[in-house]
Design a protein around this ligand. Structure first.
Ligand code: NAD
Length: 476
């Protein structure tokens, strides 16, 4: 049993009614458990954040930056432990777990820099009217609730925590019940750095704990990453209190491959876009649009590349892809395999769970998937790629945009003018051209349409935790 809630600078045991099992998905077995926080512990965490706010928001920005650099440094010092727990609890291959950690470190370092620049962002505003002066002040939004999913726990939390703390907000973080161990590092680091009590609070739990936080009237903002169904509940709670939300939701993203592209590289980008984190990525490019002239060359190569992926236990084998992170996700992906069979889809690779212990599925490719198939329209969140052919650029853009989601897209073409033109026409928040899904902390993250509201990362990620105040003075 793990003591796992960090409230007002103390580690406390959960007093909720849910017992959370922490599983090793490669074995399909639990290896730890903890009690969820109770609703009254969520109250205590919000109260602690509220009472820490006045001091934290008036702490000099360079001192807040020093704490953020401390987070970056201490994450680095815990490298092996943090990589191992991600391999064990998420099923991530080592190189992916390392990249997640490096991303979190870079995020804290980046927002430390932005925190240092904060004083220079308060400006005088030139007015056309005589007799007045005006200036702006960027203030923290206040107490923020942060609710995150399980697929990139260290990273998703860092993308929220670092800018929120940089802006001068105090926070209550609710990690996913599927991966409740990894984010405890943030509480341990807060302890080690002497972060003032209550600035960062962590409560673990399932839906009940998340709902207690998102319904709490002591918050000034809620930032949520997760599914559309829970996102819309979170938005309803926020609307009842006229409170701002940032929502990072699901995706069903397209990768558009034109016939002039380098086929070997395109195969690499397509495979990475569907097998990284076993396809459990909001940004998975799970809809492949391939131009007629290259389809018969590309699809067999893709079939071979997917079949050659080494799938196994990241803790004991050299692998390219691990298991799905939870049994629920494994059952969900298996249900899409069943739907594909019922719909009679043509399967070029995979299409089944692996016959071994743990929650493994094979990397999967369906071709010529009808536009109205559930596999083409719904987010599966597993290594399941669906392909369709297209003839013209206009058709590719129309098909790529024909989705209720709008998170990301990838364009593969040797004609860079065309690639840029298509990137501009795609209704998404982020486009990669001839690239794997490299995410840089200076660029923005977030979607259009059903993929969410607001942006994380870059200066936009900081603005999400700030409010603008104008002070106007009459000179007469
Ligand atoms: P989820 O919505 O089930 O859970 C997300 C978080 O919300 C968890 O911490 C959960 O405990 C909590 N929660 C559950 N019910 C709640 C409620 N009623 N009120 C408040 N909180 C509640 O999502 P998941 O299965 O953990 O994650 C997968 C989803 O997240 C996918 O749809 C994926 O696309 C999305 N996602 C989006 C991004 C992005 O940046 N757009 C990034 C990662 C994941």
């Amino acid at each position: 049993m793990t003591t796992s809630h960090y409230i007002a600078g103390h580690w406390v045991e959960g007093q909720g009614s849910d017992c959370i099992s922490v599983n090793d998905p490669a074995l399909g077995q639990p290896f730890a458990e903890l009690m969820a926080a109770s609703v009254s512990q969520v109250d205590q965490a919000v109260a602690a954040a509220r009472s820490a706010l006045p001091v934290w928001k008036s702490t000099c920005a360079s001192d807040r930056a020093a704490f953020l650099r401390g987070f970056a440094e201490q994450l680095g010092q815990r490298r092996e432990a943090l990589v191992t727990v991600q391999m064990r609890n998420n099923g991530k291959p080592r190189h992916e777990a390392e990249i997640d950690l490096d991303d979190a470190i870079a995020t804290f370092g980046y927002y430390a820099e932005l925190a240092e620049q904060l004083p220079s962002k308060n400006r005088t505003v030139p007015l056309a009217a005589p007799g007045f002066t005006a200036r702006t002040r960027l203030e923290p939004v206040g107490v923020v609730g942060l609710i995150v999913p399980w697929n990139f726990p260290l990273v998703t939390s860092a993308w929220k925590l670092a800018p929120a703390l940089a802006a001068g907000c105090t926070v209550v973080l609710k990690p996913s019940e599927v991966t409740p161990l990894i984010e405890q590092a943030y509480g341990q680091i807060a302890d080690a750095l002497g972060l003032p009590a209550g600035v960062l609070n962590i409560v673990n739990g399932k839906a009940e704990t998340g709902a207690a936080l998102s319904n709490h009237n002591g918050l000034d903002k809620l930032s949520f990453t997760g599914s559309n169904s829970v996102g819309s509940q979170v938005m309803r709670s926020a609307s009842a209190q006229c409170r701002p939300v940032t929502l990072e939701l699901g995706g069903k993203s397209a990768i558009v491959v034109f016939e002039d592209c380098d086929v070997d590289q395109a195969v690499e980008w397509i495979v990475a876009g569907i097998s990284w984190n076993a396809g459990q990525m909001c940004s998975a490019t799970s809809r492949l649009l391939v131009q007629d002239g290259i389809a018969d060359t590309l699809l067999p190569r893709l079939q071979a590349a997917l079949a050659n992926l080494r799938v196994g236990n990241p803790l004991t084998e050299e692998v390219d892809m691990g298991p799905l992170t939870s049994q629920a996700q494994w059952l969900k992906v298996a249900s899409y395999f069943a739907t594909a069979r019922e719909e009679g889809l043509q399967c070029l690779a995979g299409g089944h769970a692996l016959d071994r212990e743990g929650w493994f599925v094979s990397p999967t490719l369906y071709t010529d998937v009808p536009k109205d198939s559930r596999l083409w329209t719904e987010e599966i969140f597993g290594p399941v790629l669906c392909a369709r052919r297209f003839a013209t650029e206009e058709q590719a853009i129309a098909e790529a945009n024909d989705s209720r989601f709008g998170l990301v897209a990838t364009v593969c073409s040797a004609d860079l003018e065309r690639a840029e033109r298509v990137a501009d026409a795609l209704e998404v928040g982020h486009v990669w051209i001839n690239s794997v899904q490299a995410v840089f902390v200076e660029t923005s993250w977030g979607g259009t349409k059903g993929s969410g509201i607001g942006r994380e990362l870059g200066p936009w990620g900081l603005s999400a935790y700030q409010s603008v105040k104008h002070v106007t003075r009459c000179l007469g």
